[in-house]
Design a protein around this ligand. Structure first.
Ligand SMILES: Nc1ncnc2c1ncn2[C@@H]1O[C@H](COP(=O)(O)OP(=O)(O)OP(=O)(O)O)[C@@H](O)[C@H]1O
Length: 225
């Protein structure tokens, strides 16, 4: 589902956010990505979501070679990759419903279909009763769940999360992880970047470790990277 072959990302100014990274994630895997601050976790997720392009090497997601993808194809790719951010990135002048509906509006779906899908996604994250609220009136954990509903409303086969529990207490973090497990149970491939080593060890899943922009460890690999 996600293939990195010798991928390097060099930012303007010459700094390498990612250096010669290779790994494969199979459909239906749930994988954690960790490493020190600045190790390259966000850069790796941005390459998968096409928020950034690789400088060298090949990134393939759901059968698409992102290195060769034209600008016109980017919206189709984004629909297949749901992204969740630590700071939620909600629109604070729009209701919860409108925030979750955004990807479907962009995709040009009809009114009734949007209503049906948004309510299904809000129900999944336990926020159906809050659809008319503005995000600012919600708690941090609830805002994160709005962000999660928005990421999964198009039913993407791949979901990426960048520090999704960074601002949450342990109970809320567990709730978010349980939601991710439920998505994974129905076949969604998840890649979750986090500093939280307690959380990672509790989940008992495959772990990719970045160190100074390189892949230092893949718990699924027999030998060190
Ligand atoms: N747009 C950019 N321009 C220049 N350098 C960047 C840019 N984005 C990231 N970097 C650099 O690339 C490296 C990797 O950054 P990245 O944000 O991927 O790390 P991270 O592991 O996600 O860190 P954190 O855990 O602190 O969020 C860092 O040295 C960072 O300063």
């Amino acid at each position: 589902m996600i293939h990195f072959d010798n991928v390097t990302k060099r930012y303007p100014g010459g700094h390498e956010g990612l250096s010669n990274v290779s790994f494969h994630i199979e459909p239906g895997e749930m994988v954690f990505l960790t490493g020190h601050s600045g190790a390259g976790k966000s850069t790796l997720l941005k390459l998968i979501g096409l928020l950034e392009r690789s400088t060298r090497g090949q990134v393939r997601v759901a059968g698409r070679n992102l290195t060769r993808l034209s600008r016109g194809q980017i919206p189709y790719h984004r629909r297949e990759v749901g992204m969740i951010f630590q700071d939620h990135r909600l629109l604070y002048d729009r209701t919860v419903f409108d925030n979750v509906a955004m990807p479907l509006v962009v995709a040009g779906l009809g009114h009734l279909e949007i209503g049906r899908r948004v309510r299904a996604a809000l129900d999944k994250v336990g926020l159906l009763s809050k659809e008319k609220e503005l995000p600012i009136t919600l708690s941090g954990g609830e805002q994160q769940r709005v962000g999660i509903a928005r990421a999964v409303v198009s039913k993407p086969p791949v979901v990426l999360a960048d520090e999704p529990t960074g601002n949450l207490d342990p109970t809320l973090s567990r709730e978010i992880m349980s939601l991710f497990e439920q998505f994974n149970d129905v076949g969604v491939t998840l890649l979750i970047a986090t500093h939280d080593l307690n959380l990672i060890s509790r989940m008992n899943r495959r772990i990719l470790v970045l160190d100074k922009s390189r892949l230092a460890k893949d718990s699924a690999a027999e030998v060190p990277c």
